[in-house]
Design a protein around this ligand. Structure first.
Ligand code: CA
Length: 209
């Protein structure tokens, strides 16, 4: 193979790897199996790690206790990760609720731009009654074209404390998707290199080398 042919192949390989890297949107500690909130942030009162029946999988889950006397109407457990605007993504979480009276909880996705500005959000169905661990999901989401970050969130809303306590337990978050990885030889991200490869392959087919 000619030297420039090898170079083109190197460029194509780099593009392929780049496509895979930017396509990877992966949550850290999605099931709280570190036994703590590593990788996650929370806001609002009364977040803790639970065990036993509070785990949908593994040993741990994230619990929000809505207790009499609480004041924070909204609570959330969330993780922000890099995404690519215009790409398609899906998210999910398992949610268990116990002695729910005056609370609702759900899965939420928020998109942010490159200066941290809020763009838009999506919410799953809201859970208002007791349920065993049930999968909530948001699928086939297309990230706004100017989005660079997604916030994957479990949200709890307390309407009042008259029915306290209410428990919302989140476990096994997932988030996946991203740009379609270009096939070597049909690169669109590196159109020039792709065209050169196509030309080189035609040359090779004709026995040019
Ligand atoms: Ca878990």
């Amino acid at each position: 193979m000619h030297a420039w042919g090898r170079r083109i192949r190197a460029v194509a390989a780099a593009g392929f790897l780049w496509g895979q890297a930017t396509g990877a949107a992966t949550l850290v500690n999605p099931g709280f199996e570190t036994g703590d909130f590593t990788g996650w942030s929370t806001f609002g009162q009364s977040w803790r790690i639970g065990v036993g029946a509070d785990a949908q999988a593994g040993s741990y889950g994230a619990v929000n206790d809505m207790l009499g006397g609480d004041v924070d109407q909204f609570r959330g457990v969330f993780q922000n990760i890099a995404i690519v605007g215009g790409a398609s993504y899906s998210a999910g979480v398992w949610l268990r609720t116990v002695t729910m009276d005056t609370t609702e909880s759900w899965l939420e996705i928020q998109w942010f731009d490159n200066v941290g500005g809020f763009i838009s959000q999506l919410q799953s169905v809201h859970t208002t009654a007791d349920q065993p661990f049930t999968y909530l999901s948001l699928t086939n989401m297309v990230a706004p074209i100017n989005a660079v970050t997604v916030s994957v969130r479990g949200i709890v809303q307390m309407h009042n404390t008259s029915g306290a306590p209410d428990f919302s337990i989140f476990d096994s978050f997932d988030f996946s998707g991203g740009p379609v990885v270009p096939e070597p030889g049909t690169l669109t991200l590196l159109g020039g290199a792709g065209a050169a490869i196509a030309w080189w392959r035609r040359r090779r087919f004709r026995g040019g080398f």
